[in-house]
Design a protein around this ligand. Structure first.
Ligand code: AMP
Length: 400
């Protein structure tokens, strides 16, 4: 039996979201729909999920003591990490003291750092990944490039949205890659991962749900990345049945090793019939925004059901669908989107504007999702309509 109380009362099911971006906002909305009390946390005020939460806090979530103190004072029933950049030592501590962490504090801890998850998947579970090395100095990076061969991909062990990621194509790129990775490194991480380049045919996210009745999968999501950040995603990615079964089997193995309930975004590279595990996030995935239109239960609904201990009896994929982010670049605290009506005039199309309070540089501010007769048509329409959601010409920002 799962009991959910009344928000604001002693019976409330209180859920604390660590990270209040666009994915957290959708999770908060789904929690609200099931009558939970939502406490949103992020490093800045008016973050998207805070705008739909009962309560919010602004703290540096990489500050172990501040995070521990906040969780202790709020004493939520569930702590739900929505980003990687969290002092996961605090999560390990509160879990030991009896607070439930989604999916588990260990999963959050292992996946916040590329070293943790690589070592679990490649060394302990023996699953195929790209060949890799961890390096701490420029000299070690040069050596790794020699060992792995060129091209190779350099990433900070802790970073997000492709920050600090680059590809070394010739030896003269090494110094630039080194400097770029250091700029993109977050949270006191002291090393980089260097990966042999996998010349894959396509890459997928396999959304995998661990719930009270077992493990369920969404149809595979194909996506295209630029500089480590997603530019479009589509579902279903056409693929060989045997290859999909292998991905599902690896996803089950990896999610079992991490444990707990929730959705896991499992990323794979596919080259012919060979499957390479790339990485996993134990939470909704940005490429999974397409499920806002493509499924009876979006990845956010699935996550919320799973973490509350509710059943997931059936996931229905409605047909070829795609998502394309609305990216904005420049400096503004008052971005205005125009021509949203033009995008919404087309059938089976939705626009989500995240309500982020500010742009400084380049930022994902919204997404267009659409369902069509074929994947190609869905991709074309999502990109065209995302381009049509333009920003106010008088502001100092532009779409990119
Ligand atoms: P990640 O942040 O590790 O998911 O990397 C972002 C994207 O960069 C991936 O989705 C791939 O498109 C690309 N990428 C990362 N690692 C490799 C690799 N070893 N070989 C080829 N492409 C890669």
């Amino acid at each position: 039996m799962v009991a959910i109380g009344t928000p604001g009362s002693s019976s409330a099911k209180r859920v604390m979201l660590l990270g209040s971006g666009e994915l957290g906002k959708e999770v908060a909305i789904e929690l609200q729909r099931l009558g939970c009390e939502v406490i949103a946390v992020d490093r800045y005020a008016h973050a998207p999920a805070m705008q739909v939460a009962h309560k919010s806090h602004v703290i540096n979530m990489l500050d172990e003591e501040a995070l521990y103190e906040l969780i202790r004072v709020e004493s939520p029933d569930l702590v739900v990490p929505e980003i990687e950049a969290i002092a996961t030592e605090s999560l390990l501590k509160v879990e030991q003291e009896g607070t439930k962490v989604v999916p588990t504090a260990r999963a959050a801890n292992l996946t916040m750092n590329r070293r943790g998850i690589r070592e679990l998947v490649a060394s302990e579970l023996g699953i195929r990944t790209s060949p890799y090395r961890f390096v701490k100095t420029h000299h070690e990076l040069e050596q790794a490039a020699t060992d792995l061969g060129l091209p190779c991909v350099v990433k900070p062990v802790m970073s997000s949205s492709g920050k600090g990621q680059s590809t070394i194509r010739q030896r003269t790129d090494i110094l630039q890659s080194w400097n770029y990775a250091l700029e993109g490194t977050r949270g006191g991480a002291d090393s980089l991962i260097v990966e042999g380049f996998v010349n894959f045919d396509y890459e997928i996210t396999l959304l995998t749900v661990r719930h009270v009745d077992g493990v369920s999968f969404c149809e595979p999501i194909g996506h295209r990345q630029e500089g480590g950040d997603y530019r479009e995603s589509w579902q279903p990615q056409p693929m060989d049945e045997g290859v999909l079964i292998e991905c599902q089997s690896i996803a089950t193995q990896v999610s079992d090793a991490l444990g707990g309930f929730g959705i896991f975004g499992m990323e794979f590279f596919i080259q012919g019939e060979t499957v390479y595990f790339s990485e996993v996030s134990p939470r909704p995935h940005d490429t999974g925004l397409v499920t806002l239109i493509s499924q009876n239960l979006s990845e956010f609904q699935l996550h919320v059901r799973a973490i509350l201990g509710l059943p997931v009896p059936y996931i229905q994929q409605y047909g070829p669908s795609a998502s394309c982010p609305v990216l904005v670049s420049g400096e503004s605290k008052a971005v205005e989107f125009v021509d949203v009506d033009r995008a919404l005039r087309e059938p089976q199309t939705d626009v989500r504007l995240f309500g982020k309070p500010e742009v400084s540089g380049s930022r994902r501010m919204g997404v267009v999702v659409t369902q069509r007769d074929t994947v190609d048509e869905a991709r074309e329409a999502a990109s065209r309509l995302a381009a049509c959601v333009s920003v106010e010409p008088s502001s100092e920002v532009s779409r990119i």
